[in-house]
Ligand binder design. Structure first.
Ligand code: PSU
Ligand code: MN
Length: 301
């Protein structure tokens, strides 16, 4: 029988040598971005992490195995193939048993990273509470029950940021701004929600992550790094586009885990691709900051 959980040789040796490792989700490649932007994101994130002398651990499911650290060929397949399964934590057993190709969301990625002994992960924007529909991303509960540190640019612009922050508070998930005292909002620089905790540099962020780990606090520290300012989109433009897309999703009866990919692709169409450009910029920036934090943690910050 093949092992259902496989850590790649590169990731295994990076962990054994005490080097920094950054876990990365693949749903952003398979469902979040169109081709060829998804491959561009994959390459930019991989390079940003390697340049920082950390090791990327892309997480995916293929041929009955959860893979922590994949080769580029598999990522190219994930990015190209019509419909890899979108795999949140609850879907992992079926994705493994089914033997096909699966792309992990933040929840499955945090679970697998922790299982592999990886402390730091990066994504674009997290899921959260969708306005009005009662839809809440599994990302939130996962942040509450799995230890680690996740670098993101706040909740995605399709999410209700106030309701999401309330839910994170209830779940006991700490939110820390990275060089920002307001909650970033994915494609938009920030919301008007102020944050209680701010890291002014990598060493402050790493120190908080280290304290969490030392104390054995069983939740993920959410470190929110705003999109680089020159690439940020105007809030009113994004809000208008999101409202139109929500209406379209409702008219077309889009529900469940198809909502987020639908809204992201609608947003790309409504903004003539500018949301995709902005998404690429923030993904690369988050990968770099995550790598810097992972390296600092590995040094025993
Ligand atoms: N960040 C992005 N693009 C994405 C996602 C995150 O910039 O596509 C994905 C992540 O995998 C996240 C998922 O976990 O969207 C959330 O989906 P849902 O709202 O269905 O929980
Ligand atoms: Mn949902």
């Amino acid at each position: 029988m093949t092992e259902p959980f496989l850590i790649s040789e590169r990731v295994r040796s990076a962990l054994a040598e005490g080097r920094g490792v950054v876990a990365l989700e693949t749903s952003v490649l398979a469902q979040g971005l169109p081709s060829p932007s998804n491959l561009e994101a994959m390459r930019a994130m991989t390079s940003a992490i390697r340049e920082t002398e950390a090791e990327p651990a892309w997480i995916a499911i293929a041929d009955g195995q959860v893979l922590v650290g994949t080769d580029d060929d598999l990522l190219v397949r994930l990015a190209a193939e019509g419909s890899p399964m979108k795999v949140a934590r609850r879907d992992v057993p079926m994705a493994v048993a089914g033997g096909g190709l699966g792309a992990t969301t933040v929840s499955a990625t945090l679970w697998a990273a922790h299982h592999a002994g990886i402390e730091v992960a990066a994504t674009g924007g997290i899921g959260g509470v969708h306005p009005g529909s009662g839809d809440v991303s599994a990302d939130l509960l996962e942040l509450a029950r799995t230890p680690g540190a996740l670098i993101c640019s706040g909740p995605k612009s399709i999410i209700d940021p106030v309701a999401t922050m309330e839910r994170l508070e209830e779940l006991g998930v700490a939110v820390m701004g990275y060089r920002s005292d307001h909650l970033p909002f994915f494609l938009v620089l920030h919301t008007n929600i102020s944050l209680d905790h701010v890291a002014k540099d990598v060493s402050e962020a790493a120190a908080a992550a280290k304290a969490r780990a030392t104390l054995g606090i069983q939740s993920t520290l959410l470190i929110c790094n705003p999109i680089p300012e020159e690439s940020a989109m105007p809030a009113d433009e994004v809000t208008t586009a999101v409202r139109e897309c929500e209406k379209r999703a409702q008219d077309e009866g889009i529900v469940g885990n198809r909502i987020t990919p639908f809204l992201l692709s609608c947003l790309a169409e409504r903004t003539n691709g500018r949301s995709i450009e902005a998404n690429l910029v923030l993904l690369e920036s988050n990968a770099r900051v995550a790598a810097q934090i992972a390296v600092e943690l590995a040094k025993g910050a």
